[in-house]
Design a protein around this ligand. Structure first.
Ligand SMILES: [Zn+2]
Length: 421
């Protein structure tokens, strides 16, 4: 595993680098004289900045100008290196892998994903992530100059990780070469929705994902909340039915046991509905199936009561609901809204907005990008993960938060990634 290094680039230096990278992105290859005239940096500063960018591989020397100038050698031209990037984000969800990438000038290159069978072994999931990244960034893996790989996994990541997850972290480091930062994948989705999606610009937001698992994330006072032991956002394990079904977490009747995709499908069939998957349930809803509509009304009510209780505790302005189940739309979300209206304290009842998530199933991978770059104001007080024995260096390098740095010039998401409404 490559030895990981802390990011020691100063904010000023970072700004200079972004200036130069932005010029090369806007104008294509330029020689040093052209860069100097356009960037406004002193000769020495430009020299130092270019040396750093050439050393990391972010910038490469391109073909010289075709026409020799006088008797001297043609001026060397400098260009962005298409084979390097800033950061990768990977979401290892329960039944799919999603990846996203930020290029050398902080542009979001794109995102990709692929479903897999539940329980796919970790080496296969990592191999799938590698194939998706290669497809996204043109065959390479951007091993040079990569600032980090932000990786979302299921679970709160509290305390000492099991051997499997440490092994996964090491494997990812070997494959991708950058510092690896692990976090809860749903919290990363909340980070992405608060950075680019349905809660962008909101300082107080609650995110809920209804998928094969149920989880969430909390943004309070403009900060992503991690909580003691990384437990913040485990909304799926709030009990809603004391006489309910046993949950994976060891509890009974958690929200996840009634509002996960599997739980909803099981309940639908138990009531006489016919459908083995989400598309079948969606079709039944669209056809006006009273069993499906009645079930979703009940499930929506349970979700809404949990959200109302959470809202009264933490005071969000916006609640974002995402995940495949939320794509059913109004038949599920209207009862959520009704229960929220009934349960939220009067002062927030008419100011609290319920929104559908905007980033779809790539939100977790996009949140991984934000985590890897580590420069979002939402992360400025995000606590470092606990170091793993034997991984102390890498954890310190990957998760130690630097003091507040300038916000990166992340470009807006490509429109196919954003689906508002
Ligand atoms: Zn549970």
């Amino acid at each position: 595993m490559r030895r990981l290094r802390p990011d020691v680039v100063s904010p000023v230096r970072r700004g200079h680098e972004q200036t130069v990278l932005g010029l090369l992105r806007a104008h294509g290859p330029l020689n040093r004289g052209e860069l100097s005239r356009r960037c406004g940096l002193s000769r020495t500063t430009l020299h130092d900045t270019l040396s750093g960018l050439l050393a990391t591989g972010a910038v490469v020397t391109a073909m010289p100008d075709e026409a020799p100038r006088g008797r001297g050698r043609p001026a060397e031209r400098l260009a962005l290196n298409p084979a390097v990037g800033q950061a990768l984000g990977i979401d290892f969800a329960r039944r799919a892998v999603h990846v996203a990438a930020v290029g050398v000038t902080y542009e979001i290159v794109g995102a990709a994903g692929e479903a897999h069978a539940p329980g796919l072994p970790w080496p296969d999931r990592v191999a799938l992530a590698e194939r998706l990244v290669r497809g996204l960034v043109g065959g390479g893996l951007w091993r040079r100059a990569l600032k980090g790989v932000g990786v979302g996994v299921v679970g709160p990541l509290a305390g000492a990780r099991d051997g499997t997850l440490s092994g996964v972290e090491a494997l990812l480091g070997e494959r991708f070469g950058g510092p690896v930062l692990l976090d809860n994948n749903t919290r990363l989705a909340a980070l992405a929705e608060s950075t680019w999606g349905a809660a962008a610009g909101d300082q107080d937001a609650l995110y809920l994902r209804l998928s094969y698992g149920v989880g969430g994330g909390v943004v309070a006072g403009g900060m992503l909340h991690r909580g003691a032991d990384g437990v913040s956002g485990e909304i799926g394990h709030i009990p809603v039915d004391p006489a309910g079904r046993p949950c994976e977490c060891g509890g009974t009747g958690c929200l996840e046991t009634v509002a996960s995709i599997r739980a909803v499908l099981d309940a639908y069939r138990a009531r006489g509905g016919r459908g083995d998957d989400l598309p079948a349930l969606t079709a039944a809803v669209e056809a006006g199936d009273p069993i499906a509509l009645g079930l979703l009304s009940e499930v929506g009510g349970q979700i809404g009561r949990v959200l109302a209780a959470l809202s009264n505790a933490i005071g969000p302005r916006v609640i974002v609901v995402g995940g495949e189940l939320a794509e059913i739309g109004a038949p599920l979300l209207r009862p959520v809204q009704d229960a929220l209206d009934a349960g939220a304290v009067p002062i927030s009842r008419h100011r609290l907005t319920l929104r559908r998530a905007a980033l779809g199933d790539v939100a977790g991978a996009l949140g991984g990008l934000a985590l890897a770059l580590g420069e979002s104001p939402l992360l400025s007080r995000y606590p470092a993960a606990e170091p793993e024995p034997g991984l102390a260096d890498s954890r310190a390098a990957g998760c130690g938060r630097a003091p507040a740095r300038p916000r990166p010039a992340l470009t807006p998401l490509p429109s196919p990634l954003v689906s508002r409404g």
